[in-house]
Design a protein around this ligand. Structure first.
Ligand code: ADP
Length: 397
């Protein structure tokens, strides 16, 4: 079975075609500037086929973007399938599943209504995800399609973890609760981690997805029991440009002082905060590390703040699960940032975390970075959300 995986944003669309027989990637790429002018990138993973790099391709809407993708995949010269018929199913990333979706599902009229119901919870993301779904339904009528939700994995959280301490009626009437995100990534790396631990009956894993957006999840016996993001992806640890957890009083105070409306305030918290906000240098950890090395104190403070908050949450999640068997680092910073990983783990020796400096400085998609005698195993596991989406799609179809 060949599965096309689609991650549609408002003006971009990422895609991968995966052959599920051996889980091999056949091609991947990106449509950018949809609704503006249109740039198309196609990277076949089959020898002898040519790459297309940010070529001009008119994309007034997601429909033309999907056409570009299908044309490239089935192109007689550089395509990776003989015709579109070889694509058996399509899997879509959908950001918010609200209370509606605790698992991936086949796309039907009913599930589309469910995705629309979650629009108010993710006004930027879900409508864009649906544009991708609609475009595929137009281009490939009758082809089975599946939605995979970022929030679904966290629907196993107990009430004490997901409820906010505000009047209960807002949970009942307005669905205000912790949902959490990066669920597909946390599910993938924690499942892989359990395999590496030898599939024990009981396991307590802390999954650290540290990228531009970052979140941690406590995964007990394969189920998410706590996570740092909340109703939306602004909560938790500080991120590239997002503030993470802050005192709500700050909003009232700053809005009063500067006369901002809520939109302006949210723009500061989403786009100008996090490690960018503290450092004034960059949201990119590589830039921050170079600046800090050159003596930029605020870049160092931003890194220190990030590592401190991740470390605190690791401590909190060990408390929530009554201990921890393994910690997993994943995503851009988690997979590549050995200095950041070392700073996070430093001082956690009391709870049984012994990082091996040599292993931590080695580069691999998947490896143990704790010492052999470390009571808590620490792993780097490269995430693969697309493969997870493809697996769910294949299973449901
Ligand atoms: P997104 O959340 O957008 O998917 P990624 O998971 O790709 O983001 O993570 C991007 C982050 O990873 C950037 O801050 C980047 O600096 C960081 N990163 C990538 N490579 C390295 C590296 N070698 N060392 C430290 N950080 C890195």
């Amino acid at each position: 079975m060949k599965v096309l995986v689609i991650n549609a944003g408002s003006s971009s669309l990422k895609y991968q075609l995966i052959d599920m027989e051996h889980e091999t990637l056949l091609a991947k790429g990106l449509c950018e500037r949809i609704g503006i002018d249109g740039k198309f990138t196609y990277k076949p993973q089959v020898a002898g086929k040519e790459t297309v790099n940010a070529a001009d391709y008119a994309m007034p809407s997601h429909v033309e973007a999907i056409d570009a993708v299908l044309n490239a995949l089935a192109d007689p010269k550089n395509g990776v399938v003989a015709s579109m018929d070889e694509i058996d199913a399509v899997g879509h990333r959908v950001v918010h599943g609200g209370k509606e979706f605790a698992a991936s599902c086949l796309i039907t009229e009913e599930s589309i209504e469910g995705i629309k119901k979650c629009f108010p919870l993710a006004p930027l993301h879900n409508p864009a995800n649906l544009l991708g779904i609609d475009a595929c339904r137009k281009a490939m009528p009758g082809k089975p399609q599946v939605a995979v939700f970022d929030t679904a994995f966290h629907m196993t959280m107990p009430p004490q973890a997901y409820i906010y301490a505000i009047p209960y009626e807002y949970y009942e009437k307005d669905d205000v609760r912790r949902y959490g995100f990066h669920g597909t990534s946390h599910r993938y790396v924690s499942a892989r981690c359990r395999e590496l631990l030898g599939n024990p009956e009981h396991s307590r894993i802390i999954s650290c997805h540290l990228g531009n957006g970052s979140s941690l999840a406590a995964v007990q016996d394969g189920k998410s029991v706590e996570t740092t993001m909340g109703l939306g992806p602004l909560a938790g640890v500080p991120m590239g440009t997002r503030c993470g957890d802050i005192d709500a009083t700050i909003l009232e105070y700053l809005m009063g002082r500067y006369g901002w409306d809520m939109k302006e305030m949210m723009n500061v918290l989403n786009k100008k905060s996090g490690v960018l906000g503290i450092s004034g240098v960059s949201s990119d950890f590589r830039d921050l590390e170079s600046a800090a090395q050159e003596g930029n104190a605020r870049a160092q403070l931003a890194l220190d703040k990030f590592c401190y908050e991740v470390k605190k949450d690791i401590g909190a999640y060990a408390a929530a699960m009554g201990g921890v068997d393994a910690i997993v680092f994943t995503a851009g910073v988690g997979e590549n940032g050995s200095t950041t990983r070392a700073a996070i783990c430093q001082g956690l020796e009391y709870m049984g975390v012994k990082l091996c400096e040599k292993r931590n400085n080695e580069r691999a998609d998947e490896h143990l970075i704790s010492t052999d005698d470390s009571p808590v195993k620490v792993y780097v596991i490269a995430t693969n959300e697309e493969l997870m989406i493809a697996r769910d799609t294949a299973a449901l179809v």
